[in-house]
Design a binder for this molecule. Structure first.
Ligand code: NCD
Length: 313
């Protein structure tokens, strides 16, 4: 089996070889996505349901496009507006879904662990599109593909992840993935936004951008997740920008060819200077979006292969 997992719930259960399998297949989909006729049929006849219990623009669009390009029947369920508000439990949602016979289920949920729980109750392959502060595996995979293409490798790089680490599932998944691939990960942010015990993950922790960015190959900025804060984490956005916002002066401390990343959506002028975000010589933010579609196509292709062989058995 090319990819020995029934679901993609996080980076944690993946072996380095699994990560490489997804990225290598995604490379093929990058080529397909750049061609005139962007269509494959590996998901033909399969039903993909996207359930986003939390707002999303690029991730949901990216999963929808990925499914459609591979020939799946794709349906989006607007979960914020519907059952969650009416108090339906996750178990009821799972039962409803099972009755619809989906093959691929893409879920984003505000609670950490909710997607894992759902995966135990439904009879299809589940992809985690972000659960609370826990994991966002396809984001880390698309970041990895972007880094591998820009730097020519995905090992022995020095990567700084900066900003609101505490509330970020993107940071968690990236720390796990980059660690498994034997990179040096530095976390930079104010102590109030740094989770307790994070150093156990084999990362170096800095509260000063100038110290942390010294000589890094990759600068990954994170959004200040105001919706997950109940006040008091930062003195003011101006002060935050001054100390932790990525501007030309701070970027100059990283390696001269260091790339700048951001998962989006960006708060320009809060965690990143708009000009740096738009600088095509340094910023790979648009590449991240492009790689996102390809990585999601690869992940769904591999999970569908497993699903088919399990059902045939
Ligand atoms: C991230 C998320 O939702 O976790 N965004 C995304 O998936 N593109 C990061 C964020 O919201 O800041």
């Amino acid at each position: 089996m090319a990819f020995p997992h029934a679901h993609l719930l996080g980076i944690e259960p993946l072996a380095p070889g699994d990560i490489t399998t997804i990225l290598d297949l995604a490379e093929e989909y990058v080529v397909l996505n750049r061609s005139v006729t962007k269509h494959g049929d590996v998901l033909a006849g399969l039903t993909q349901i996207n359930m986003f219990f939390e707002a999303s623009t690029r991730t949901q669009a990216s999963f929808e496009l990925a499914g459609k390009r591979l020939g799946a029947d794709v349906m989006n369920m607007a979960m914020q507006a519907s059952s969650l508000k009416k108090g339906e439990t996750l178990i009821d949602t799972a039962l409803t879904l099972n009755a619809m016979h989906p093959d691929l289920l893409v879920v984003r949920h505000p609670q950490s662990g909710a997607v894992d729980l759902l995966a135990q109750k439904v009879r299809c392959a589940v992809l985690n599109a972000g659960d609370g502060r826990h994991e966002h595996p396809t984001q880390a995979l698309l970041d990895a593909l972007t880094i591998r293409r820009a730097k020519g490798r995905l090992h022995r790089l020095s990567i700084a992840i900066c900003g609101d680490i505490a509330h970020s599932r993107v940071a968690r998944s990236n720390i796990l993935l980059l660690g498994k691939m034997e990179n040096r990960v530095r976390l930079i942010g104010p102590p109030t936004l740094m989770p307790a015990g994070i150093a156990e993950f084999g990362v170096e922790v800095f509260d000063d951008m100038r110290a942390g960015l010294e000589g890094v190959d990759v600068v990954m900025m994170l959004r200040l997740q105001k919706e997950r804060m109940d006040g008091g984490f930062i003195p003011s956005e101006r002060e935050y920008y001054h100390r932790y916002g990525l501007d030309a002066e701070k970027l100059a401390i990283a390696k001269p060819d260091a790339i700048v990343m951001h998962p989006g959506p960006m708060n320009r002028g809060v965690e990143i200077d708009g000009e740096i975000a738009d600088d095509i010589n340094r910023s790979v933010i648009q590449d991240q979006v492009e790689m996102g579609v390809a990585v999601r196509m690869a992940a769904m292709d591999l999970l569908a292969q497993n699903l088919r062989s399990r059902r045939a058995a």
